[in-house]
Design a binder for this molecule. Structure first.
Ligand code: RET
Length: 279
């Protein structure tokens, strides 16, 4: 009848769900942050100690590898104390029935990670570039791509939740990551092979290891920070594992091999030793 037609309300397209409580860092997350902080401090001291055992002219890898651990320690201290964290509004869409339910909430964004990554990935790239013997032009291109990768990752992290733009930043970051990979896999490998067979095969192994570990970051980001499918604590642990493998374990491998393969020595034309040379 006419009255029934008039009372028909339009079907909802989205059902507002209950607010999700602010997601907090739990005990497991806090413990993990403090444990990794302590591990990074010990590793910093360990690498600094290792560097004293070699003459200054051959300490370049030691110095820059120690810096990676110092930056990581600072970042983990910031996160563990709760200062390197910002609270961010979240929107989570659940497609439970025909109509999606929207939940609003709050979640921490660990911005200190991005400061750490900006510095440490640059240094790690220099470790690999120096090992391969890449020229300055290629190093600069890889470095610029790396900075774009981390900064657009930061923009993605702070982008409004549930928007395509957030994934747009993520996509730009992933493309920059591919540019970094390109420089290492193609130019880096060619240069390393040109230096010597030993350097070539070591570069292949350690750059391959780096590539696998670095790929873990965008995957964890997509699941945790992008799709919000992990708890805050699970996210902390999921980043802690590659952080330990990509920083202290990478550094240890690099320095031990450097000590055993003299061909990995680099000549910065007197810059590093201020031209005095000698042992
Ligand atoms: C983000 C998010 C956006 C997409 C991509 C990312 C890549 C991050 C990488 C981080 C590497 C960090 C390391 C830290 C420790 O030393 C920013 C997560 C591609 C590759 C190695």
């Amino acid at each position: 009848s006419a009255t029934a037609t008039a009372s028909v309300t339009p079907l909802p397209t989205v059902i507002p769900g209950p607010e999700i409580d602010q997601q907090l860092v739990g005990d497991d997350g806090k413990k993990t942050l403090w444990v990794i902080f302590v591990a990074m401090v010990i590793a910093s001291a360990g690498f600094a100690a290792l560097s004293w055992r070699v003459p200054i002219q051959r300490r370049l890898y030691h110095v820059i590898t120690t810096l990676i651990l110092i930056f990581a320690s600072i970042s983990y201290f910031a996160m563990a104390t709760g200062h390197g964290v910002s609270v961010h509004k979240t929107v989570i869409r659940h497609q439970k029935t025909t109509f999606p339910t929207l939940h609003h909430g709050r979640t921490p964004v660990f911005w200190a990670r991005y400061v750490d990554r900006a510095l440490t990935t640059l240094i790690l790239l220099h470790d690999l570039s120096l090992l391969a013997g890449l020229n300055g032009a290629h190093i600069i291109m890889a470095v610029v791509a790396d900075v774009i990768m981390i900064l657009t990752g930061l923009f993605a992290a702070f982008g409004s939740e549930g928007t395509p733009q957030k994934w747009g930043w993520y996509a730009i970051s992933c493309i920059s990551f591919l540019v970094v990979i390109w420089h290492l896999a193609v130019n880096g490998r060619a240069q390393a092979n040109a230096r010597s067979q030993k350097v070539g095969s070591f570069f292949l192994a350690i750059a391959g290891y780096t590539l696998v570990l670095w790929t873990a970051y965008p995957i964890v980001w997509g699941i945790a920070d992008g799709s919000r499918k992990l708890s805050v604590d699970a996210e902390i642990i999921a980043y802690a594992v590659p952080d330990v493998l990509a920083k202290p374990i990478f550094g240890l491998w690099l320095l031990i091999t450097h000590a055993n393969i003299p061909e990995t020595n680099i000549d910065l034309g007197g810059f590093w030793s201020y031209g005095f040379g000698g042992e």
